[in-house]
Ligand binder design. Structure first.
Ligand SMILES: Nc1nc2c(ncn2[C@@H]2O[C@H](COP(=O)(O)OP(=O)(O)OP(=O)(O)O)[C@@H](O)[C@H]2O)c(=O)[nH]1
Ligand SMILES: [Mg+2]
Length: 101
């Protein structure tokens, strides 16, 4: 589940996607919660940034335990999130993942 850290609308629109997960009985399917374009956060003006408290509330509402910030531009956490997602898929299916770490 992905939103843009400098575009609040993209986070709000995720509500719709979480509803769809419920509709199609995928509430427990492996997923991760990601804020993208982290490199823009430090240069964006205050009102463009998605507030940490808003993110926290959103996570509580959707029962998300983990949050990753990424930047394609800086190649920050990109490989990490793919690994995390693969780990979740393997765990869900009770498969071994030692070699991935
Ligand atoms: N600074 C910055 N720009 C990015 C990043 N990822 C994508 N972009 C820029 O955002 C624009 C849209 O690129 P896309 O490949 O569609 O990326 P996206 O994550 O779907 O972003 P949006 O379409 O804007 O939601 C392009 O101008 C990209 O160069 C990032 O991590 N940092
Ligand atoms: Mg795009």
């Amino acid at each position: 589940m992905v939103f843009d850290l400098v575009d609040l609308q993209t986070l709000l629109r995720l509500d719709w996607w979480y509803e769809r997960l419920g509709d199609y009985y995928h509430a427990d399917s492996p997923r991760i919660f990601i804020g993208t374009k982290n490199d823009l956060v430090k240069i964006a003006d205050e009102k463009s940034k998605v507030d940490d408290l808003v993110i926290k509330r959103f996570m509580e509402r959707h029962d998300e335990g983990l949050f990753f910030r990424t930047s394609s531009r800086d190649n920050y956490n990109v490989q990490k999130i793919f690994k995390e997602l693969v780990i979740k898929v393997l765990e869900k299916n009770k498969l071994d993942y030692d070699k991935l770490l």
